[in-house]
Design a protein around this ligand. Structure first.
Ligand SMILES: C[S@@+](CC[C@H](N)C(=O)[O-])C[C@H]1O[C@@H](n2cnc3c(N)ncnc32)[C@H](O)[C@@H]1O
Length: 399
């Protein structure tokens, strides 16, 4: 099926890159691969592997295990016309690390039963396949270089040369390693800097300057389309409550590009607040920003009736403050932008139940509003079956 110039939509199996090899081999064995097309890197660490007409069209019929764990997949039509040269950094990393291993491995690093070549192959098979690039800093995933084999060969003496080798291959100056973004309420990042003196990062995204300490707060590069969409809305004359402001992912585009009159930014992490203050100054919008430090369940009640819209950017869900957000809207009404992680198959159901709940809150608040879904934005895949979505709901005072 052809979907426009330069567009060739091919049925593909989409998986996280970590499972790419296992799925590829499985499809090859089954003779389900579309041998004319190349796998394609997608956003956010996913890989699309084109399949032929013999491959079943239902996900439930494709059951594949990797290390005794069922691999989550989805089947989707993906534009495979222009497979990007994004394998290039992976190939460069592999080539540089191969050289590094050839000079760094000593005899003790492999057992008498294992040849040097086999040891190198094993180490190379565990190289990271995805990372986050923030300016001249690469944040490697937590699992990078941490298999038993890798930890047994990385030492005090050789680690600096290893990180330099990674930095050179990926064309950056600094290397850090992600530690799982804490499930704590402030989503604190505890990334560790492996190469470089500072983890402060400055980025320019669509005309908006962001600055933050990458080892202390999280930055979601994957939300770029949503940042642009929100920044594209004409917000002149509007007052907005950003209920989870972070470093200003949405607050800053709303002020800089949307030209909002005033943003009330609720945030409880001091590291994020410092970054937001830096961004407000760097973008010359500090006079239109009021930061409310602390838990938003305590700060939002002070903002009752002030907002034309509220931004609710917390995943997996911001439901705990939906009622407070409705109360923040002006008497005449306004808009809520509700972020949520939702199972792809249950999106319609979720919209219905969300509207019912918002209606109930509206009645409890004795606000006389009509509710309307203005838009549902599918931001990105959170996992193979779960989408990060944003629901725009408009509240208008009943006549
Ligand atoms: C996911 S991050 C920021 C997200 C950003 N809006 C985005 O989607 O990229 C969520 C932010 O909400 C803040 N946060 C979480 N719970 C909060 C609460 N109860 N009150 C105020 N801020 C909170 C965290 O500190 C974090 O900076």
């Amino acid at each position: 099926m052809v979907g426009g110039e330069g567009m060739e939509l091919s049925p593909s199996i989409v998986v996280t890159k970590g499972h790419g090899e296992a799925i590829y081999l499985f499809l090859k064995e089954k003779k389900w691969l579309d041998s004319e097309k190349q796998p394609k890197d997608l956003e956010n660490g996913f890989l699309a592997i084109p399949v032929n007409e013999n491959c079943p069209s239902s996900e439930d019929e494709i059951i594949i295990y990797d290390n005794n764990q069922r691999i989550e997949i989805r089947i989707e039509k993906v534009n495979t016309a222009s497979s990007p040269p994004s394998v290039e950094p992976h190939a460069r990393l592999r080539a540089s690390i191969t050289k590094w291993l050839e000079t760094s491995l000593v005899n003790d690093d492999f057992s008498p039963l294992q040849s040097r070549e086999k040891a190198i192959m094993e180490l190379l098979s565990k190289l990271p396949t995805k990372w986050e690039k923030l300016g001249d800093l690469i944040l490697l995933p937590e699992t990078a270089f941490s298999s038993d084999k890798w930890t047994s060969i990385i030492s005090q003496e050789n680690q600096l040369s290893l990180w330099k080798c990674v930095a050179e291959a990926l064309k950056v100056e600094r290397i850090g390693k992600q530690k799982h973004v804490s499930d704590d309420i402030i989503r604190s990042s505890q990334a560790q800097l492996l190469l470089g003196d500072s983890s402060w990062v400055e980025l320019l995204d669509f005309g908006v300057k962001f600055g933050f300490d990458a080892c202390k707060v999280m930055y979601s590069s994957g939300n770029v389309t949503e940042r642009h969409r929100i920044g594209n809305i004409d917000l002149k004359g509007e007052t907005i409550v950003d209920c989870y402001a972070g470093i200003g992912y949405y607050t800053l585009p709303m002020l800089v590009r949307g030209e909002a009159e005033l943003v009330h930014a609720c945030e409880l992490n001091q590291h994020s607040i410092s970054a937001l203050q830096w961004g407000a100054k760097a973008n010359n919008v500090a006079d239109r920003l009021i930061i409310h430090k602390g838990d938003n369940t305590l700060t939002m009640p002070k903002l009752e009736g002030v907002a034309d819209r509220c931004h609710l950017g917390l995943l997996p869900s911001s439901q705990s403050v939906w009622k407070l957000a409705i109360a923040c809207l002006k008497e005449k009404g306004g808009i809520l932008h509700i972020h949520m992680n939702v199972d792809e198959e249950k999106i319609e159901q979720w919209i219905d139940s969300t509207i019912s709940l918002l209606q109930k809150y509206t009645e409890e608040l004795k606000r006389n509003y009509d509710l309307k879904v203005n838009h549902l934005e599918k931001v990105k895949w959170f996992s193979p079956r779960v989408r990060h979505v944003v629901l725009d709901v408009e509240f208008t005072r009943c006549k």
